[in-house]
Design a protein around this ligand. Sequence first.
Ligand code: PSU
Ligand code: MN
Length: 318
Amino acid sequence: MKDNLSAFMHLSQDVSRALELNLPVVALESTVITHGLPFPENLNLAEDMESEVRQWGATPATIAMVEGKLKIGLDAIELERLATGGENLLKISLRDIAPAMNKLASGGTTVAGTLFAAHKAGIRVFATGGIGGVHYEINRKRKGSFDISADLPALARFPVIVVCAGAKAILDLAATLEYLETWGVPVVGFQSDNFPAFYASASGYKTSAQANSPEEIASLAWMHWSLGMQSAVLVVAPPPEEVALPSDQVKAAVLSALRQAQAENITGQAVTPYLLQKVNEFTGGLSLRANLGLLRNNASIASQIARSLAQMAPKANA
Ligand code: PSU
Ligand code: MN
């Protein structure tokens, strides 16, 4: 492993064998398990995403911090602990990795944290629900309310294909796309040039590129990295039609959630989980259904991309 990381990271046998043989591997994040979804949906979802990846003949690598080690590939007991662990589990972004290791803590890694770990382990494809991004200013008068997820600079730094349904619906999408443009991250629409709005299939914004097959995405990414580019390739796919919500309904729910967050003075790391939960209340559970459906869909697309990448570029996983 690069950078003498083996003291801090642990690859499961499955994942390390798959990487050695250049077989397709798909990284999966775990903040969605610890902080994004309620129990038992979170555990069912984590298991479903792994089996979706396996159905495509790829190896799932769910990534999390377990007692101070970054684990790449979890066993059933570890997954269950993350899903039921409650309050003691941390939400681990880039800044939190070393402090959490030092305290032998456990928790879910965000997109940023998972990107870091996946890249260090040599994994090139990662499926998630929605990335973090630029938040609306919840309270303009209060200093420090300016909130940009560490997911964005992480996408600029780590060369991994990230499959998502856009940025979470609670975010300022225009500002989020501007940030990605500034840092040279290709935003590739899967079979569409619409930038999806997480629960809804279109946001009104366009992607910077479109690709119509997993093969096309694999070759585009390979080209991007062969040129020496260091950033991620962000692949966006709309939620499956049968679970997608009308964008007006999403907007109304998000607006009410933002107002409540402001009234209750919610800040920092707590903002994203709070808003997601409120939106779910306001949509009568439909946003949760959409969230689960799109996560599975993204796992399936990511697996197909990982297969193509393993076939076309034998050194891509090295
Ligand atoms: N998308 C979801 N649920 C989540 C997240 C994303 O549907 O829980 C998590 C991801 O792990 C993402 C994180 O990286 O929220 C972003 O949090 P923040 O905005 O605090 O960086
Ligand atoms: Mn934040």
